[in-house]
Ligand binder design. Structure first.
Ligand code: FMN
Length: 250
């Protein structure tokens, strides 16, 4: 086994003693907490969290059932269900648009929330198939591009894991590392990885609560996934993914 040392060092907390002066300490303004919209972007409304009728299930029951699901039915997700899953994974608890950090339904070291959420929509009521990005500050979706071939593209990018194509939607999380580096410099990266786990765990829990399921995907082709979502692979790149779909009744 070569190079395991690099990975082991990454898992340790030494970044704290080695981090030097961060951009925040140098007085550099905080980076945006939500990526800017593409020019002429088409945005779509989601169901407001105050209106959710889904998800009223005992936490105990949901935690008991949680498992990685790799078999999905053909049933689409409703727009309310997708809204709920997006909100449960990155939605805001308290909205600040004035340069202050955001507080969300998941924890994040220093409230840096360094992720963007892309969704490959295969079958969601009211949405054309294609790639969308979630806008947590607005609780809206933004269309990146329409496509009927995403199930094949995303499966190939997930190195042939076929069940990904059968999902109703695939959540793909990118990271913008500078959001964390601005404050924590070299101490950021371990925390980014920890933060991503919280996001996906909320997806597991929320999905189970609506008769759906998910499976964390760590095995993917980095370049193919970055190409699919259209990011540069350096300042923003894919860190995690998870297909979601209704599951056969037990
Ligand atoms: C970080 C991470 C990456 C994973 N990557 C994959 C993957 O690429 N493909 C897959 O089928 N399952 C993947 N899984 C799911 C695990 O295989 C699964 O959690 C494990 O077998 C335990 O099963 P359970 O989740 O049903 O308890 C991943 C899980 C985690 C937490």
């Amino acid at each position: 086994m070569e190079n395991t040392h690099v990975g082991r060092e990454f898992l340790k907390a030494y970044g704290w003693s080695r981090r030097g002066t961060s951009d925040q300490q140098k007085g550099v303004p905080m980076p945006a907490i939500q990526k800017a919209l593409p020019e002429n972007a088409q945005t779509l409304n989601l169901v407001d969290p105050a209106e959710f009728k889904v998800g009223n299930v005992a936490v105990l029951d949901v935690i008991k059932k949680r498992q990685s699901r790799r078999r999905f039915t053909n049933e689409p997700l409703t727009l309310e269900e997708l809204s709920y899953l997006l909100w449960a994974t990155q939605g805001l608890r308290a909205a600040h648009r004035d340069g202050r950090p955001s507080f969300r339904t998941v924890p994040s070291a220093g409230a840096r929330h360094p992720f963007e959420t892309y969704v490959a929509v295969h079958r969601v009521e009211g949405l054309e198939p294609g790639l969308y990005r979630y806008l947590p500050l607005d609780h809206k979706l933004c269309l990146i591009y329409q496509s009927d071939s995403l199930p094949d593209v995303v499966t190939e990018a997930c190195i042939g894991q076929r069940f990904v194509a059968e999902a109703a939607a695939v959540f793909v999380w990118t990271v913008i590392p500078y959001r964390a580096e601005w404050r924590y410099a070299v101490a950021s990266h371990k925390h980014i990885a920890l933060d991503a786990g919280h996001v996906c765990q909320n997806l597991y829990i929320a999905a189970e609560s609506i008769g759906a399921g998910t499976c964390a995907i760590g095995a993917y082709d980095q370049d193919a996934m970055d190409r699919m979502v259209g990011v540069d692979g350096e300042d923003e790149f894919v860190i995690y993914a998870a297909p979601v779909g209704k599951v056969p009744k037990e």
